[in-house]
Each structure stands twice: as C-alpha cells, then as structure tokens.
Design a protein around this ligand. Structure first.
Ligand SMILES: Cc1cc2nc3c(=O)[nH]c(=O)nc-3n(C[C@H](O)[C@H](O)[C@H](O)COP(=O)(O)O)c2cc1C
Length: 216
C-alpha cells in the first residue's frame, strides 16, 4: 500500500462528482493498480458479469461523449471506464469460477457442487431481472474504482446520462442483447473543485427495522 493513500473513510468523505479534468495522463502503473483493485470487487455467486472498457483514444472519447449528451468530462479525462455487463456470461465462466473457488480453498467442493446445482435455476428464474442483477455487480465494481481512485489522488464522475444504444455502438457491441451498459466513469486529475451539494436529513432516508409505507 502507498502510505499516501487516503483511508476508506477519507476517500468517501472527499469524493465529489468532478465535471472538469486536466489532460494529465494517469501513469500506466497507477492505472494498472486501479484496474486490479476494481477487479477485486465482489459479485453475485462470484460470477463476475462486468465487462469494463477503458476508453482512451481521442476518437473513442469523442464518440462516447457524443453518446452521453456531450458531457465534457469524458473528453477531458484521460480515461473513461464503460461498465458493461455480459448478462449470460456466467454460462461460459461458471466452471472456471467454481474451479478457482475450490482450488483456492475458499469453497469446499460440496459448496461448489451446490452452486452448480442451484445457480443456473436461480439465474434463469430472474427472468428480465437477470439484467438488473448483473448491473448491481457492475455498480459495485464502479464504486470500488471510484473510491480506489479517490484514495490515490484521482477524481471521478459517475455518469448515467447517455443513450445505451449509442454507447453500445461506440464499444462495438451494437445489437448484442446479452450486453447492457451500467455506467460511465471518467477518471483523472481534477482541474476544478466541486462542493458537496448536501444530502437529505438522515431522518428522511434511513430507518430502523421497517420502512414507512407509502414511502416518503
Ligand atoms: C448513478 C449516478 C449517475 C450520475 N450521472 C451523472 C451524469 O450523467 N452527469 C453528471 O454530471 N453527474 C452525474 N452524477 C453525479 C450526481 O449528480 C452527484 O453524484 C450528486 O449530485 C452528488 O454529488 P457528489 O457526487 O459530488 O457527492 C451521477 C451520480 C450517480 C451516482
């Protein structure tokens, strides 16, 4: 660990959605470490449906910004991560995931066998929600990256404002119904500060044991 890394709490407190970035590149070693950290994010059944694309060339950044209503963070930041998911990727990778779980001694063979028997039915039973479940995993990976980047002195901006069909075209998966887009996340050195826009009082969003209904 780099001793100048921010603690998790400090990264959470200091992270802001940054709208302007310097053109400074991220050194390859830093980028590799960020990718390695985000890859350690957990996922449902450890099936790892997230497929991340690092958009780095100016031509690709221009195309991606155009797919995101011209948001200039994408043009300015040295890299924007496109968090996509392969909704049915688990069908291809389940054997490898189970083998790795057993050989690392994280999972007894019995547990791996139980997953093999139950996970496919669970996944298929999700129906249309299978996409939503994969996107949960991608959002956890994106959040892991945002906090890891913050801890190492870089800034980010979560971006939901884009046209999915166009983003898919940019990364070369147009028409592939197995792929969904979860989020874009530019990462770089900020060129302007952003203030904390505040949060609702906790009394309006955090509850104990039960949620009032109708929800407020
Ligand atoms: C899932 C998600 C999507 C967002 N999409 C955008 C976006 O498209 N463009 C943008 O400028 N900010 C976007 N934001 C940033 C929010 O506006 C911002 O997080 C919120 O105002 C709170 O500010 P903070 O992130 O600085 O705490 C998004 C944030 C989240 C969590």
């Amino acid at each position: 660990m780099n001793h100048s890394d921010l603690s998790v709490s400090a990264a959470v407190r200091s992270r802001r959605s940054i709208k302007s970035f310097k053109s400074d590149p991220i050194p390859e070693a830093h980028l590799e470490e960020l990718v390695s950290l985000m890859q350690d994010a957990p996922s449902s059944w450890n099936f790892q449906p997230t497929r991340a694309v690092l958009v780095r060339s100016m031509a690709q950044k221009e195309a991606l910004a155009a797919a995101a209503w011209g948001q200039k963070q994408i043009l300015e930041a040295p890299v924007t991560f496109v968090f996509a998911v392969s909704i049915r990727g688990w069908e291809i990778h389940m054997d490898e995931v189970l083998k790795t779980g057993v050989s690392s001694e994280a999972w007894p063979q019995k547990f791996a066998d139980w997953i093999r028997q139950n996970a496919p039915g669970f996944q298929k039973g999700l129906g249309e929600k299978e996409r939503e479940y994969a996107i949960k995993d991608a959002m956890i990976m994106a959040t892991t990256l945002a906090l890891a980047a913050q801890s190492k002195g870089y800034s980010t901006c979560y971006i939901n404002g884009w046209d999915e069909t166009k983003v898919k075209e940019v990364i070369g998966v147009e028409g592939d119904m197995n792929i969904a887009i979860a989020l874009l996340l530019p990462v770089g050195v900020k060129s302007a500060e952003a203030k904390h826009p505040g949060r609702l009082p906790a009394a309006k969003t955090i509850f104990t044991d039960r949620l009032p209904s109708p929800a407020i």
